[in-house]
Design a protein around this ligand. Structure first.
Ligand code: RIB
Length: 309
């Protein structure tokens, strides 16, 4: 069984429905406001756990974080390492437009308050079997990668949101890099999508990569092996957490020794269901739901991989 220790961000997502995103200098009214559990870390823990992995979530919430704790708990995530502080939890201001696209403004809050002592404690408690997952939404990401690798754990990083900090991380120690095309091009330092995987391979020969390409699907490489997938053309309500759902399902499957192609297929189906539901963690489907949708063909036909742009 897949075993994952996620040093993951946890956010309270304030989701505003808008007919179009607010522009610089503009004041506009939203159509609705709802609060959801989110954060790339929390969403990915929920997704991997719903996919069937054993997931431990390490991270910090503030005094306002009860619903984040509750969400992970009800999804069977091991919370023995979750810390509470007197600060405020991370949060996100999310606009979702009529086409289901979003734009997100983050406030790190307690996601940025991890300490070296806490990281050591969490790694000690988890032991040295499994994979450590990080996103670029907490502090001390580089240190977590280094310490996890030193203990013989596999390491996966979702380099999102992409910023300059990513270049300071010891990416040569990473086993799985999970990025979209913009993040991938930035890390590979290349202009054209088609060059991303070869350049990453040159820079980091031991790194496996999952590259998501939005509506064109995804490509992954592990050693000399490569797999590609298109998407299902389903109704889009809200794309928030679609990438997190994809990542959680993909890692759970790959760590459970499934083939890359099968892992991509299940992750694609899971994220297609996710985009049909409003919210972040709440829109991650259960494994049984994903399997049933694939079996009964309710998502339609899986499309061809969309190629490079
Ligand atoms: O990936 C979606 C997530 O990004 C949201 O839940 C938000 O909290 C931000 O972290």
């Amino acid at each position: 069984m897949a075993r994952i220790l996620n040093f993951g961000s946890l956010n309270l997502d304030q989701v505003y429905r808008v007919d179009a995103f607010v522009q610089p200098g503009e004041t506009k009214s939203s159509l609705s406001l709802t609060t959801h559990c989110g954060g790339k870390g929390l969403n990915q823990s929920v997704a991997a756990s719903r996919a069937g992995a054993e997931v431990w979530h390490a991270g910090m919430i503030g005094t306002d974080g009860d619903m984040l704790d509750q969400k992970l708990r009800e999804n069977g995530v091991n919370l023995s390492l979750l810390e509470r502080s007197s600060g405020v939890s991370g949060h996100a201001i999310i606009q979702v437009d009529n086409s289901g696209q979003n734009c997100i403004l983050l406030y790190g809050g307690t996601n940025q308050a991890l300490t070296e002592a806490y990281i050591d404690h969490a790694l000690d408690a988890f032991g040295n079997e499994g994979l450590v997952l990080v996103q670029n939404e907490t502090n001390l990401v580089g240190s977590i990668i280094q310490k996890a690798h030193k203990r013989g754990l596999m390491v996966a990083i979702n380099a999102a949101p992409m910023d300059e900090k990513v270049f300071t991380y010891p990416l040569k120690l990473v086993d799985w890099l999970i990025v979209n095309e913009i993040e991938g091009a930035a890390i590979a330092k290349c202009e054209f999508e088609v060059d991303i995987l070869p350049k990453l391979n040159k820079l980091y020969p031991n790194m496996n990569v999952l590259l998501t390409l939005g509506k064109r699907g995804a490509v992954c490489v592990r050693g000399g092996e490569q797999a590609r997938s298109g998407i299902y053309l389903t109704k889009v309500v809200d794309t928030t957490a679609a990438g997190d759902t994809f990542l959680g399902y993909f890692l759970a499957e790959v760590l459970d020794q499934k083939s890359l192609q099968d892992a991509l297929a299940l992750a694609t189906a899971a994220s297609s269901i996710c985009v049909g539901v409003m919210g972040a963690a709440d829109s991650v489907p259960l494994r049984a739901e994903v399997l049933a949708a694939v079996e009964h063909g309710t998502l339609g036909k899986l499309g061809e991989w969309g190629g490079w742009r």
